[in-house]
Each structure stands twice: as C-alpha cells, then as structure tokens.
Ligand binder design. Structure first.
Ligand SMILES: [Cu+2]
Length: 159
C-alpha cells in the first residue's frame, strides 16, 4: 500500500511534466514561427536594395558579370569600373529605358546607348562606363556583353 501511494504522486508528476513539456514545445514552436515571419519581413525589406551611388565595380568573367542585378538611383551620375578577369573579350552595353538596344552589334562609344570604354575589353584589361541614370524610378533596364549577349546579361533597377 505504501509503495502504491508513493508511486501515484510520481506518476502524476511525470504526467504533469509531460503536459508542461508539450505546452512549452507548442509555445516555443509558435514563438519560432513568429520569428520566421519577422525574418521574412526583413527579407522583403532587403529586396529593396540600397542603390549604388557614384560608382560601382563590376568584374567580368567567362561569361558573366559578377554583379548582374544592380539597384541604381534615379538621376545619379554613375561610373562603372569594369575589370575583365576572363580570357575572352567582353564589354558592357546598357539598353535604352524602353528595353531596346539602339546599337545592334558591339556598341559604339559615340552611339546612342551607354557603352564601356573601350567597347572591347580584352583579358586583364579594365574599362569605364559612365552613365546618367534616367530619372525614372521603377524602371528596370537591361545590360549585356555584346560578345556573349545570350548568356552575359544583367539588369539595372532604378530606385
Ligand atoms: Cu562577354
């Protein structure tokens, strides 16, 4: 009888402990879900990236731009400093705000589209592209390498 009496409270304590454990687990689970939601909100905030101002460094490889999704500021005078770390010839050619490239082939320095100087950047060489960012927030403008226009592309999002 005494053994039964001592076992019962222990059993209740174990059951009680399990119930409390379950409650704590649920509370923590909901707390973590809440945290995840906060992280998502922060992620959404990060999507609206801080625009580059004044200048930006871009490395060109075979066949890619190391930065191909760049946020820029409307009305900014922006200088892209390009370095060709690839073996192939590359360049940077920015489309018109309507999405079209005025220069069909390799862009010309005195052409309508913003074009890197030089317009053909050999391996190891650097180039510069100065660009007056259109005062058109929300516009997304494409850029490309004229030597690899199908794979070597990027976007400039005006903010
Ligand atoms: Cu290229």
């Amino acid at each position: 009888m005494k053994l039964d009496l001592s076992r019962l409270p222990v059993g209740e304590m174990v059951v009680g402990f399990l119930i409390v454990s379950l409650l704590v687990t649920f509370i923590l689970a909901f707390t973590l879900v809440g945290s995840d939601t906060d992280v998502t909100d922060e992620g959404v905030t990060d999507v609206t990236s801080t625009p580059v101002l004044g200048s930006a460094d871009i490395t060109m490889g075979d066949n890619f731009f190391d930065s191909n999704d760049i946020t820029v500021a409307a009305g900014d005078t922006l200088t892209f400093n390009l370095t060709n770390e690839g073996a192939a010839v590359h360049n940077m050619h920015i489309a018109q705000p309507d999405g079209n490239y005025s220069d069909d082939g390799v862009c010309e320095l005195d052409g309508a589209d913003p074009c890197s100087d030089p317009n053909a950047v050999t391996s190891g060489q650097t180039a510069v592209l100065e660009w007056e960012v259109p005062d058109a927030p929300g516009t997304v403008i494409s850029f490309r390498c004229d030597f690899h226009p199908d794979v070597m592309t990027g976007t400039l999002t005006i903010q």
